[in-house]
Design a protein around this ligand. Structure first.
Ligand code: NAP
Length: 312
């Protein structure tokens, strides 16, 4: 029989949103547990440098920011538990979270499960993952000192990763499917000035080339000229956006393009279930917006739980 535990609030996700929600909820006096697969982290932890989080005029690495947020949450008494929620279902007027060997019954739930890097879904990508294909320059960039790499994508992540890699690798190609970057102007202007960074415009990757010893190159297709080409690279960093981690929520809460729909109080379509951060259907996905969402979600969860406390 699985162990069954009860909590007033369960926060699912240990990124910036989950940690902030935990800190706020503890300050409201809620009894809670924060579930995170493999501990605190999330996408923020993989960011090379975050320059637009208020209060850090010189920027801060994602890992350092998460470490500080995690410490701050612990200072307020947040308890972390490593668990993967597989399903959430109604249990009388509460929610039961199925975590395999453990079942948790909660009065309220905050979903802060974020999103994961999107895949290109081209030949070679899956087979060469970990052998030259990566989704995180801060994690794997170190291996490419003096080598040649390609970054795929034209958004903020791609350009930030390319800038980071340009300090390590000898040469960095940025392969983008259009002739204009999606990234913010300040980043784009900085990247366009870097000598060892070359943009390959209007081009999509067709295949990651390599063998058992690793990536050797990438096959490309120019969408404007219809020409096919190959470039020799030692590593391919895919940075084409993120997909929400909401597979386990299908049929439970309303989703839009896979993201959780909320109102301005972070309430989902189910009473007692709230959402915060990148998993939410929101016009801007940043650490700043995630922590703002989280504060509101914790406040809403507090109101929801205390209304039920007074009914008892
Ligand atoms: P993003 O903004 O969605 O950009 C994804 C990029 O990948 C786009 O340039 C897109 O091309 C390209 N792309 C998408 N699918 C592709 C495919 N199948 N093949 C080739 N290229 C493809 O994703 P992101 O850069 O990861 O950023 C995600 C969110 O985090 C954004 O809201 C971003 O602003 C935020 N963020 C902010 C910062 C910061 O503020 N410093 C840093 C990192 C991320 P198109 O341009 O043609 O669509």
């Amino acid at each position: 029989m699985p162990e069954v535990r009860e909590h007033e609030l369960v926060i699912v996700g240990g990124g910036a949103a989950g940690l902030t929600a935990g800190m706020y909820a503890m300050r409201y006096g809620l009894e809670l547990v924060l579930l995170a697969i493999g501990g605190p982290g999330g996408q923020t932890a993989t960011a090379t440098i975050i320059e637009n989080f208020p209060g850090f005029p010189d920027g801060i690495t994602g890992a350092e920011l998460i470490m500080r947020l995690s410490q701050q949450a612990q200072n307020f008494g947040v308890t972390f538990e490593s668990a993967e929620v597989q399903r959430i279902e109604p249990a009388d007027s509460r929610w039961r979270l199925d975590c395999g060997s453990t079942q948790i019954v909660a009065n309220a739930v905050i979903l802060a499960v974020g999103a994961s890097p999107r895949r290109l879904n081209i030949p070679g990508e899956r087979d060469l993952f970990g052998k030259g294909v990566s989704y995180c320059a801060t994690c794997d960039g170190f291996f490419y000192r003096g080598k040649t790499v390609a970054v795929i994508g034209g958004g903020n992540t791609a350009v930030e990763e390319a800038l980071y890699l340009s300090d390590i690798a000898e040469k960095v190609y940025v392969v983008h499917r259009r002739d204009e970057l999606r990234a913010e102007l300040i980043l784009a202007e900085r990247a366009l000035k870097v000598a060892n960074l070359e943009f390959v415009w209007d081009t999509v990757p067709a295949q990651v080339l390599g063998d058992d010893s690793g990536v050797t190159g990438i096959a490309l297709h120019n969408k404007k000229t219809n020409e096919d080409s190959e470039i020799a690279v030692d590593g391919v960093f895919v940075a084409i956006g993120y997909a929400p981690n909401t597979g386990f929520l299908e049929g439970l809460v309303e989703l839009k393009d896979g993201f959780v729909v909320t109102d301005q109080r972070m309430r989902t379509s189910q009473p007692g279930i709230f959402a915060a951060g990148d998993v939410r259907d929101t016009p801007l996905r940043q650490v700043t917006t995630a922590v703002g969402d989280a504060a509101i979600a914790a406040d809403s969860a507090y109101r929801y739980v205390s209304e039920r406390r007074s009914e008892r």
